[in-house]
Design a protein around this ligand. Structure first.
Ligand code: NDP
Length: 241
Protein backbone atom coordinates (compact mmCIF):
# COMPACT_ATOMS: atom_id res chain seq x y z
CA UNK A 1 0.00 0.00 0.00
CA UNK A 2 1.34 3.47 -0.83
CA UNK A 3 1.24 5.98 2.00
CA UNK A 4 -0.22 9.47 1.83
CA UNK A 5 2.02 12.46 2.42
CA UNK A 6 -0.06 14.91 4.48
CA UNK A 7 2.38 17.79 4.09
CA UNK A 8 2.83 21.16 2.42
CA UNK A 9 6.03 21.00 0.36
CA UNK A 10 7.81 23.77 -1.55
CA UNK A 11 9.77 22.66 -4.64
CA UNK A 12 12.16 24.88 -6.60
CA UNK A 13 13.18 24.19 -10.18
CA UNK A 14 9.87 22.44 -10.86
CA UNK A 15 9.67 23.52 -14.51
CA UNK A 16 11.71 20.54 -15.77
CA UNK A 17 13.73 17.46 -14.87
CA UNK A 18 13.96 16.33 -11.26
CA UNK A 19 11.74 19.15 -9.93
CA UNK A 20 8.96 18.32 -12.36
CA UNK A 21 9.22 14.58 -11.63
CA UNK A 22 9.15 15.30 -7.89
CA UNK A 23 6.05 17.43 -8.30
CA UNK A 24 4.31 14.54 -10.06
CA UNK A 25 5.49 11.95 -7.51
CA UNK A 26 4.47 13.98 -4.44
CA UNK A 27 1.17 15.11 -5.97
CA UNK A 28 0.33 11.45 -6.56
CA UNK A 29 1.15 10.83 -2.88
CA UNK A 30 -1.39 13.47 -1.82
CA UNK A 31 1.00 16.28 -0.77
CA UNK A 32 0.03 19.93 -1.19
CA UNK A 33 2.71 21.53 -3.32
CA UNK A 34 3.86 25.06 -4.00
CA UNK A 35 6.22 25.00 -6.97
CA UNK A 36 8.59 27.62 -8.38
CA UNK A 37 10.98 28.33 -11.23
CA UNK A 38 11.45 31.16 -13.73
CA UNK A 39 9.46 29.58 -16.59
CA UNK A 40 5.95 30.26 -15.36
CA UNK A 41 4.20 28.84 -18.40
CA UNK A 42 5.63 25.39 -17.66
CA UNK A 43 4.65 25.61 -13.99
CA UNK A 44 1.14 26.71 -14.92
CA UNK A 45 0.70 23.77 -17.31
CA UNK A 46 1.95 21.31 -14.66
CA UNK A 47 -0.29 22.74 -11.93
CA UNK A 48 -3.29 22.72 -14.28
CA UNK A 49 -2.63 19.08 -15.07
CA UNK A 50 -2.18 17.97 -11.46
CA UNK A 51 -5.10 19.82 -9.85
CA UNK A 52 -5.85 22.06 -6.88
CA UNK A 53 -3.21 20.59 -4.54
CA UNK A 54 -0.49 22.11 -6.76
CA UNK A 55 -0.03 25.90 -6.82
CA UNK A 56 2.76 27.80 -8.51
CA UNK A 57 4.56 31.13 -8.62
CA UNK A 58 7.47 32.34 -10.73
CA UNK A 59 10.65 32.38 -8.68
CA UNK A 60 14.28 33.31 -9.24
CA UNK A 61 16.03 31.59 -6.33
CA UNK A 62 18.91 34.08 -6.44
CA UNK A 63 16.55 36.81 -5.20
CA UNK A 64 16.15 36.47 -1.42
CA UNK A 65 13.11 38.72 -1.09
CA UNK A 66 11.42 36.91 -3.99
CA UNK A 67 12.02 33.63 -2.13
CA UNK A 68 10.51 35.11 1.05
CA UNK A 69 7.45 36.19 -0.99
CA UNK A 70 7.26 32.70 -2.52
CA UNK A 71 7.16 31.12 0.94
CA UNK A 72 4.63 33.72 2.09
CA UNK A 73 2.37 32.93 -0.86
CA UNK A 74 2.63 29.21 -0.08
CA UNK A 75 1.52 29.84 3.51
CA UNK A 76 -1.34 32.00 2.29
CA UNK A 77 -2.48 29.23 -0.01
CA UNK A 78 -1.97 26.17 2.19
CA UNK A 79 -1.70 27.57 5.75
CA UNK A 80 1.76 26.25 6.63
CA UNK A 81 5.01 24.86 5.22
CA UNK A 82 6.29 21.44 6.26
CA UNK A 83 9.17 20.90 3.84
CA UNK A 84 11.32 22.62 1.23
CA UNK A 85 13.00 20.85 -1.68
CA UNK A 86 15.88 23.08 -2.77
CA UNK A 87 16.28 21.58 -6.25
CA UNK A 88 16.92 24.48 -8.67
CA UNK A 89 20.43 24.33 -10.10
CA UNK A 90 22.60 25.07 -13.12
CA UNK A 91 25.68 23.33 -14.50
CA UNK A 92 27.52 25.32 -17.19
CA UNK A 93 30.68 23.21 -16.99
CA UNK A 94 33.97 24.61 -18.30
CA UNK A 95 37.72 24.38 -17.74
CA UNK A 96 39.02 27.01 -15.33
CA UNK A 97 41.44 28.27 -18.00
CA UNK A 98 38.46 29.37 -20.10
CA UNK A 99 37.89 32.08 -17.45
CA UNK A 100 34.11 32.01 -17.76
CA UNK A 101 33.63 34.33 -14.81
CA UNK A 102 29.95 35.01 -15.54
CA UNK A 103 29.19 31.28 -15.53
CA UNK A 104 31.14 30.77 -12.29
CA UNK A 105 29.10 33.56 -10.70
CA UNK A 106 25.79 32.17 -11.98
CA UNK A 107 26.56 28.72 -10.57
CA UNK A 108 27.49 30.18 -7.20
CA UNK A 109 24.38 32.43 -7.20
CA UNK A 110 21.88 29.72 -8.14
CA UNK A 111 23.42 26.64 -6.56
CA UNK A 112 24.62 28.16 -3.28
CA UNK A 113 22.79 31.45 -2.69
CA UNK A 114 19.60 29.88 -4.05
CA UNK A 115 19.81 27.14 -1.42
CA UNK A 116 20.62 29.64 1.34
CA UNK A 117 17.74 31.89 0.25
CA UNK A 118 15.44 28.89 0.50
CA UNK A 119 16.67 28.04 3.97
CA UNK A 120 16.24 31.68 5.06
CA UNK A 121 12.69 31.75 3.70
CA UNK A 122 11.51 28.78 5.79
CA UNK A 123 13.82 28.50 8.81
CA UNK A 124 12.10 31.05 11.11
CA UNK A 125 8.80 29.19 10.66
CA UNK A 126 10.43 25.80 11.09
CA UNK A 127 12.03 26.99 14.35
CA UNK A 128 8.74 28.47 15.59
CA UNK A 129 6.73 25.34 14.77
CA UNK A 130 9.51 23.07 16.09
CA UNK A 131 9.27 21.01 12.92
CA UNK A 132 10.33 21.17 9.29
CA UNK A 133 12.34 19.38 6.65
CA UNK A 134 14.90 20.84 4.24
CA UNK A 135 15.81 18.57 1.33
CA UNK A 136 18.75 19.84 -0.70
CA UNK A 137 19.60 18.35 -4.10
CA UNK A 138 23.37 18.17 -4.40
CA UNK A 139 25.10 15.80 -6.84
CA UNK A 140 27.82 13.20 -6.94
CA UNK A 141 29.79 16.38 -7.69
CA UNK A 142 29.41 17.07 -3.96
CA UNK A 143 31.82 14.16 -3.46
CA UNK A 144 34.08 14.21 -6.53
CA UNK A 145 35.80 16.76 -8.77
CA UNK A 146 36.63 16.29 -12.46
CA UNK A 147 38.25 18.52 -15.09
CA UNK A 148 35.60 21.12 -16.04
CA UNK A 149 33.56 20.53 -12.85
CA UNK A 150 35.67 22.62 -10.43
CA UNK A 151 33.14 25.37 -9.81
CA UNK A 152 30.05 23.16 -10.13
CA UNK A 153 31.63 20.67 -7.71
CA UNK A 154 32.55 23.53 -5.38
CA UNK A 155 28.92 24.67 -5.28
CA UNK A 156 27.68 21.16 -4.55
CA UNK A 157 30.36 20.57 -1.89
CA UNK A 158 29.05 23.81 -0.34
CA UNK A 159 25.47 22.52 -0.41
CA UNK A 160 26.66 19.38 1.38
CA UNK A 161 28.42 21.46 4.07
CA UNK A 162 25.42 23.77 4.53
CA UNK A 163 23.06 20.79 4.87
CA UNK A 164 25.27 19.18 7.50
CA UNK A 165 25.59 22.49 9.39
CA UNK A 166 21.82 22.93 9.40
CA UNK A 167 21.43 19.40 10.75
CA UNK A 168 23.88 20.04 13.59
CA UNK A 169 22.32 23.38 14.55
CA UNK A 170 18.73 22.10 14.94
CA UNK A 171 17.45 19.01 16.66
CA UNK A 172 13.83 19.42 15.57
CA UNK A 173 14.43 20.19 11.90
CA UNK A 174 15.20 17.39 9.48
CA UNK A 175 17.78 17.77 6.72
CA UNK A 176 18.30 15.51 3.74
CA UNK A 177 21.03 15.74 1.12
CA UNK A 178 20.29 13.84 -2.08
CA UNK A 179 23.18 13.36 -4.48
CA UNK A 180 22.10 12.13 -7.90
CA UNK A 181 24.42 10.62 -10.46
CA UNK A 182 23.76 11.29 -14.17
CA UNK A 183 20.05 11.87 -14.70
CA UNK A 184 18.27 12.49 -18.01
CA UNK A 185 17.09 16.11 -17.70
CA UNK A 186 17.76 19.49 -19.30
CA UNK A 187 20.80 20.05 -17.04
CA UNK A 188 23.84 21.38 -18.89
CA UNK A 189 21.78 22.86 -21.73
CA UNK A 190 23.63 26.13 -21.04
CA UNK A 191 27.18 24.74 -21.45
CA UNK A 192 29.05 27.07 -23.81
CA UNK A 193 32.17 24.97 -24.38
CA UNK A 194 31.44 22.98 -27.58
CA UNK A 195 33.46 19.88 -26.58
CA UNK A 196 31.81 19.61 -23.16
CA UNK A 197 28.38 20.30 -24.70
CA UNK A 198 28.94 17.45 -27.19
CA UNK A 199 30.00 15.08 -24.38
CA UNK A 200 26.90 15.95 -22.30
CA UNK A 201 24.62 15.55 -25.29
CA UNK A 202 25.61 11.90 -25.30
CA UNK A 203 25.94 11.22 -21.55
CA UNK A 204 22.95 13.05 -20.03
CA UNK A 205 20.23 11.22 -22.03
CA UNK A 206 21.80 7.93 -20.90
CA UNK A 207 21.26 8.88 -17.26
CA UNK A 208 18.54 7.69 -14.89
CA UNK A 209 14.97 8.81 -15.21
CA UNK A 210 14.38 11.79 -12.89
CA UNK A 211 11.63 9.64 -11.32
CA UNK A 212 14.42 7.80 -9.47
CA UNK A 213 15.33 10.98 -7.59
CA UNK A 214 11.68 11.88 -7.05
CA UNK A 215 11.20 8.52 -5.31
CA UNK A 216 14.25 9.17 -3.09
CA UNK A 217 12.75 12.53 -2.07
CA UNK A 218 9.43 10.85 -1.34
CA UNK A 219 11.17 8.22 0.79
CA UNK A 220 12.85 10.89 2.93
CA UNK A 221 9.56 12.78 3.35
CA UNK A 222 7.59 9.68 4.30
CA UNK A 223 9.68 8.87 7.38
CA UNK A 224 8.24 9.68 10.82
CA UNK A 225 9.31 12.96 12.49
CA UNK A 226 11.78 11.08 14.68
CA UNK A 227 13.71 9.70 11.67
CA UNK A 228 15.99 11.94 9.62
CA UNK A 229 17.32 10.47 6.36
CA UNK A 230 20.47 12.58 6.18
CA UNK A 231 22.06 11.57 2.91
CA UNK A 232 21.20 9.51 -0.16
CA UNK A 233 23.47 8.90 -3.16
CA UNK A 234 21.53 7.60 -6.16
CA UNK A 235 23.46 6.52 -9.26
CA UNK A 236 22.57 4.57 -12.39
CA UNK A 237 23.58 0.96 -11.72
CA UNK A 238 26.08 1.06 -14.59
CA UNK A 239 27.75 4.33 -13.52
CA UNK A 240 31.51 4.20 -13.00
CA UNK A 241 31.71 7.75 -11.56
P1 NDP B 1 17.02 20.83 -15.26
O1 NDP B 1 17.86 21.77 -16.04
O2 NDP B 1 16.04 19.98 -15.99
O3 NDP B 1 16.24 21.61 -14.13
C1 NDP B 1 16.82 22.70 -13.44
C2 NDP B 1 15.72 23.50 -12.82
O4 NDP B 1 16.30 24.60 -12.10
C3 NDP B 1 14.77 24.08 -13.85
O5 NDP B 1 13.43 23.87 -13.42
C4 NDP B 1 15.10 25.57 -13.85
O6 NDP B 1 13.90 26.31 -14.08
C5 NDP B 1 15.56 25.76 -12.41
N1 NDP B 1 16.37 26.96 -12.25
C6 NDP B 1 17.56 27.27 -12.83
N2 NDP B 1 17.95 28.50 -12.47
C7 NDP B 1 16.98 28.97 -11.63
C8 NDP B 1 16.80 30.17 -10.92
N3 NDP B 1 17.70 31.18 -10.98
N4 NDP B 1 15.70 30.32 -10.16
C9 NDP B 1 14.77 29.34 -10.09
N5 NDP B 1 14.88 28.17 -10.73
C10 NDP B 1 15.98 28.00 -11.49
O7 NDP B 1 18.05 19.92 -14.45
P2 NDP B 1 17.87 18.84 -13.27
O8 NDP B 1 16.45 18.52 -13.06
O9 NDP B 1 18.81 17.77 -13.57
O10 NDP B 1 18.44 19.67 -12.05
C11 NDP B 1 17.85 19.69 -10.77
C12 NDP B 1 18.93 19.61 -9.71
O11 NDP B 1 19.56 18.33 -9.78
C13 NDP B 1 20.05 20.63 -9.87
O12 NDP B 1 20.37 21.17 -8.61
C14 NDP B 1 21.21 19.81 -10.41
O13 NDP B 1 22.45 20.37 -10.08
C15 NDP B 1 20.96 18.49 -9.72
N6 NDP B 1 21.61 17.34 -10.32
C16 NDP B 1 21.28 16.90 -11.58
C17 NDP B 1 21.95 15.83 -12.14
C18 NDP B 1 21.70 15.37 -13.55
O14 NDP B 1 22.48 14.53 -14.06
N7 NDP B 1 20.66 15.84 -14.21
C19 NDP B 1 22.98 15.08 -11.39
C20 NDP B 1 23.24 15.62 -10.10
C21 NDP B 1 22.57 16.69 -9.59
P3 NDP B 1 13.80 27.70 -14.89
O15 NDP B 1 14.84 27.67 -15.97
O16 NDP B 1 12.39 27.67 -15.40
O17 NDP B 1 14.02 28.75 -13.84
Amino acid sequence: MTSKIDKVVLITGASSGIGEATTRELAAAGARLFIGARRGTRLEALADELGENVAWRELDVTDGSAFDAFAGAAKERFGRIDALVNNAGVMPLSMLAALKRDEWKRMIDVNIHGVLNGIAAVLPDFIAQKNGHVINIASIAARIVMPSSSVYSATKHAVRAITEGLRQEHDMIRTTLISPGPTATELGHDVTDPDIAAMLKVSIPQGMSPDAIARAIRYALEQPDSVDVNELVVRPTASAM
